[in-house]
Design a protein around this ligand. Structure first.
Ligand code: 5RP
Length: 224
């Protein structure tokens, strides 16, 4: 099976995690696109979705799936039972690097509304230590150079992602050279830097479950 087939496999497998009658959180990326396409077949089972990007919103609507505003879910005092999204990397504790598709801020917001995060990924995303994939960081454009300098001081090389403006009107830095041995500590530290909107480390919002696509089939990783 090639990588696209593995993504399709876990996209379909995630349907099992969609509770009847619920509003669910939907992530962004090529793996999530497979999930959205599979969701279209059972769309009458759900009340709708809160989306993490304009791209996913468009795809959901094209399939006739209702897209709800996060603010309305909050106003109703509701929580999403599940948030389903991909990852660029996932470690043995369910901590992830995300943001390859530049949607990390809204992804973290929707993940925060959910009871649990179900990560769907092909086996190439499973790593022992996060940091091989360049760490995406959404920044206020004015602060990009300043934040890049701070990364330099901790051994990272930050590069502005050319031609990319996020759904929130900001810039993305991709940071190479970091070994993220303590994801929670690094997420907490970088979040404090002025001008950082969101760092692509998901340790506070780590996965509860990962459906990993392998040549042998879907491997389910449960994280305590
Ligand atoms: C988008 C993301 C994606 O989940 C991540 O980049 C994985 O994408 P794909 O499923 O296309 O490999 O974080 O911001």
């Amino acid at each position: 099976m090639n990588q696209d087939e593995l993504k399709a496999l876990v996209g379909r497998a995630a349907i099992e995690y969609v509770p009847e009658g619920s509003i669910i959180g939907v992530g962004t990326g090529s793996t999530v696109n497979c999930f959205i396409d599979a969701l279209a077949d059972v769309k009458r089972r759900i009340r709708g979705a809160v989306s993490s990007s304009n791209a996913s919103t468009e795809r959901l609507k094209r399939h006739g799936i209702a897209v709800l505003e996060a603010a309305d879910v909050v106003a109703q005092g509701a929580r999403l039972p599940v948030y389903i999204d991909g990852a660029d990397e996932i470690d043995g504790r369910g901590c992830m690097v995300k943001g390859g598709g530049a949607a990390l801020t809204r992804e973290k917001i929707v993940a925060d509304l959910a009871e649990r995060f179900v990560c769907i990924a092909d086996a190439s995303k499973r790593v022992d230590v996060l940091g091989r994939f360049p760490l995406p960081v959404e920044v206020i454009p004015m602060a990009a150079a300043q934040v890049a300098k701070r990364f330099e001081a901790i051994g990272g090389q930050a590069l502005l992602r050319a031609g990319v403006v996020t759904d929130n009107g900001n810039a993305i830095l991709d940071v190479r050279g970091l070994a993220i041995a303590d994801p929670l500590a690094m997420e907490t530290e970088i979040n404090q830097w002025p001008g950082v909107v969101t760092v692509g480390i998901f340790a506070r919002h780590r996965a509860s479950v990962c459906l990993l696509g392998t040549p042998e089939g879907v491997q389910t990783l449960n994280f305590a």
